[in-house]
Write a protein that binds this ligand. Structure first.
Ligand SMILES: *[C@@H]1O[C@H](CO)[C@@H](O)[C@H](O)[C@H]1NC(C)=O
Ligand SMILES: *[C@@H]1O[C@H](CO)[C@@H](O)[C@H](O)[C@H]1NC(C)=O
Ligand SMILES: *[C@@H]1O[C@H](CO)[C@@H](O)[C@H](O)[C@H]1NC(C)=O
Length: 309
């Protein structure tokens, strides 16, 4: 084989290696681990709670719906959790974030191994049940979105950092493909998910500079079969016709990535990693693609009403 042949072979080997690479993961490392996971009444958060329970961790879960949390905690105990506790609360409220981390402090002796911030609310659905697909300038809705899905992440992380520092722990942030690729009808969502990537990628470096050994994992999650796409579909009457990944598999990928202290987790790999990398090289091609995926929407924009009439 000539030089070119060897180079191509090496590149292919690296690519295949990257695709097949799974970070070293020792399930035993999670036995007795002190974990807080937010947003556990359903979806990916609920499945993470069950996985951590099976690994024998000590887990505090949160969500707004107390009835659901009671059921999840009961199942976690059956699955083998060393401890399973819930805090019912709205992470959009400062006092509920404080109560959650205070509970961790008391139950876990001031130490924490993992904080997994996962909660999400579909703030773009207004109080009267209506919603606008296009950005309509509703700053009340934007305020709710930023409060629930951005500030709360930073508040929880900041409160927990001293506890994580004591154990060289890990902070896991549920981002999204929408935090790497902006597509139509996701102004709210993309805005906060991009912001989370920016904030936590900067913080990761600041911690390293200060010799604080707390890892930060940002998760780039594609379409998963949870309540969020269901609610979107119910509200707007359509959804991208793409396969939805299993919440349980997604939850496991996140837990492994956090335990391996990876910078980022992409799930499902194919969609999330490839699309993210390709879209940064060919942005216009991807924009025309995402605009074309949706059925033609004839809703009149509110911002541009004058022009439409
Ligand atoms: C719903 O609330 C928004 C403001 O949040 C308002 O602009 C809209 O007209 C309301 N729609 C209905 C059908 O009441
Ligand atoms: C945490 O990591 C630092 C290095 O950054 C190391 O010196 C220290 O011993 C570790 N502490 C624990 C509790 O693992
Ligand atoms: C940081 O902590 C982790 C987990 O305890 C450890 O594996 C790693 O070696 C530490 N990093 C440094 C730079 O010491």
């Amino acid at each position: 084989m000539g030089k070119l042949g060897w180079t191509v072979a090496l590149l292919l080997a690296v690519l295949v290696g990257y695709i097949w690479y799974k970070p070293a993961f020792d399930p035993e490392s999670l036995r007795g681990a002190r974990v807080v996971v937010t947003g556990c009444s359903s979806g990916i958060g609920e499945q993470m709670a069950y996985h951590y329970a099976r690994f024998g961790a000590r887990v505090i879960i949160t969500a707004r719906r107390e009835g659901r949390l009671k059921k999840v905690v009961a199942k976690m105990k059956d699955l083998g959790a060393q401890e399973a506790i819930y805090v019912a609360g709205d992470m959009g409220k400062a006092e509920d974030c404080e109560r959650t981390i205070q509970t961790a402090k008391e139950k876990f002796g001031g130490k924490l191994d993992y904080l997994v911030i996962n909660h999400a609310s579909l703030s773009s659905i207004k109080k009267n049940g209506t919603a606008s697909l296009f950005w309509d300038g509703d700053m009340d809705v934007m305020h709710a979105e930023v409060t629930n899905n951005y500030y709360s992440y930073i508040r929880l992380a900041s409160l927990a950092l001293p506890l994580l520092h004591k154990t060289n722990g890990s902070l896991v942030i549920l981002g999204s493909m929408s935090g790497k690729i902006a597509s139509v009808f996701s102004t709210f969502y993309a805005g906060t998910k991009f912001a989370l990537d920016g904030f936590f990628s900067s913080l990761r470096q600041e911690l390293a500079m200060q010799d604080v050994n707390v890892s930060i994992t940002y998760c780039v999650i594609g379409l998963v079969d949870t309540e969020i796409p269901d609610k979107f579909e119910k509200t707007f009457g359509f959804l991208m016709d793409l396969p939805r990944a299993s919440p349980a598999d997604c939850a496991m990928a996140i837990i492994r990535g956090g335990a391996a202290r990876q910078r980022e987790v992409y799930y499902p790999w194919k969609e999330a990693w490839l699309a993210t990398k390709l879209s940064s090289i060919f942005p216009q091609f991807f924009e025309s693609l995402t605009m074309g995926i949706y059925p033609k929407i004839h809703e009149k924009s509110i911002l541009f009403k004058e022009n439409n009439n």
